[in-house]
Design a protein around this ligand. Structure first.
Ligand code: AMP
Length: 289
């Protein structure tokens, strides 16, 4: 039977008890509305740890758009049932006050001076289009690591820039080991996302252009294209006529993150896209080499 805890301090006590018994802890932070992509992280964690824990918390600190926060799908009962079936040992949730007791201001938010500086990987792309997002992510993930103190934590490559930010958080804390797992996709190529539940039929069709554009960039790389502008032109061309509102379609050197598009031909590249299908914001990426 999965343990369900609603208060972060109870989760901290549960995790401490596991560590006292020398059981290795694998941790998967989520915002719930779980799908096969989340469950793949749990399955990987189960192969590498004696106990696996999942947090389900729609973190208000990382939403720069109140409507997006309000519309974000939530179904804790269904999530707990899926996690139990998957063999997860503990799931916990909490409120902002529960995570940061006594630290909230009169508006119920966390004062800006308490937000973590998310580091250089937060610059550009998601950091530009979602101001404050990565400070919110870094702050809650740091707190979640403090609560759970796991040996390993599992994240999805779908959120490429987030993984870079989180590796920085873990480095600054001295752990845990950050394990990045590949993006789970629908047969159509569309990356699984909790927000996909909000897509209408037209949005689903439009969303398919994203994975297709990334595939075309991959092909261009295989054909020898190394120029950032050329690769971005391939992405843009493949998204034209999709009906998507493209926020960015860019390439970066994964080992030398830069806020701006690199100017020189690349030796390694990741292509990254963010686009809106109606009100639903979708992101995806593909390592080209
Ligand atoms: P979220 O609930 O969207 O905050 O995601 C929780 C974790 O699941 C993050 O590490 C995500 O990167 C990861 N994740 C979300 N979608 C996918 C996917 N399609 N494949 C793999 N991991 C994913």
């Amino acid at each position: 039977m999965i343990e369900r805890l609603d208060v972060p301090s109870d989760a901290a006590a549960w995790c401490a008890e596991q560590r006292r018994s020398d059981r290795s802890l694998g941790f998967v932070p989520t915002m719930g509305a779980l799908h096969r992509g989340h469950l793949a992280l749990v399955e990987r964690a189960l192969t590498e740890n004696e106990r696996v824990i999942v947090s389900v918390f729609v973190n208000p600190l990382q939403f720069n758009n109140a409507r997006d926060l309000e519309r974000y799908p939530r179904d804790l009962e269904a999530d707990a049932a899926l996690l139990e079936l998957a063999g997860c040992h503990m799931v916990f949730t909490g409120s902002l006050e529960g995570f940061f007791p006594g630290q909230l201001d009169d508006t119920g938010g966390l004062p800006v001076q308490r937000l973590l500086e998310p580091g250089p990987a937060a610059r550009g792309l998601e950091g530009e289009f979602r101001p404050g997002h990565f400070a919110g992510v870094a702050t809650i993930v740091d707190r979640l690591f403090e609560v759970t103190q796991p040996a390993r934590a599992y994240f999805g490559a779908k959120d490429y820039q987030q993984c870079l930010v989180i590796k920085n958080v873990a480095r600054n804390r001295g752990g845990p080991q950050v394990v990045v797992c590949e993006t789970a996709r629908e047969a159509s190529g569309l990356a699984l996302s909790s927000r996909n539940a909000l897509l209408d039929d037209a949005g689903r069709v439009a969303g398919l252009f994203i994975a297709r554009a990334l595939g075309q960039a991959r092909q261009a790389w295989s054909d020898g294209e190394r120029g950032p502008d050329g690769l971005c032109a391939v992405l843009r061309g493949a998204l034209a006529g999709s009906g998507l509102e493209v926020e960015y379609a860019e390439v970066r050197d994964p080992e030398r993150w830069s806020a701006e598009r690199p100017q020189q031909p690349l030796e390694r590249a990741v292509a990254l896209i963010a686009a809106k299908a109606g009100a639903v914001r979708l992101i995806d990426n593909r390592v080209l080499a």
